[in-house]
Design a protein. Structure first.
Length: 91
């Protein structure tokens, strides 16, 4: 076999290996990106669920505070004076 053919075949083999290595690297990179995307989505879903629970708890707590405050805020219950104002004591 002529030396030029051997060099040409060797160069083609090296180029083929380089393409295969590049393909493997690309596939591994895409797999890592997909896993990172899934992990990010999972984390965002957990955070969103936690935020919704916290909002629900705050809303529920505010509803309870509002219900407890209703008797104190009812108009006319304390006469002319407000709930925190002193009324003159007859005497």
């Amino acid at each position: 076999m002529e030396p030029q053919i051997i060099v040409s075949l060797a160069s083609t083999g090296v180029a083929g290996l380089a393409v295969a290595a590049s393909l493997v690297t690309t596939l591994l990179s895409l797999r890592a990106q997909r896993e990172n995307t899934r992990d990010t989505l999972d984390a965002q879903e957990r955070l969103s669920a936690a935020q919704e629970r916290a909002l629900h708890e705050r809303s529920h707590a505010q509803d309870l505070r509002d219900k407890r405050a209703e008797p104190y805020l009812a108009p006319g219950r304390h006469g002319a004076a407000g709930p925190h104002e002193r009324r003159p004591v007859p005497g």
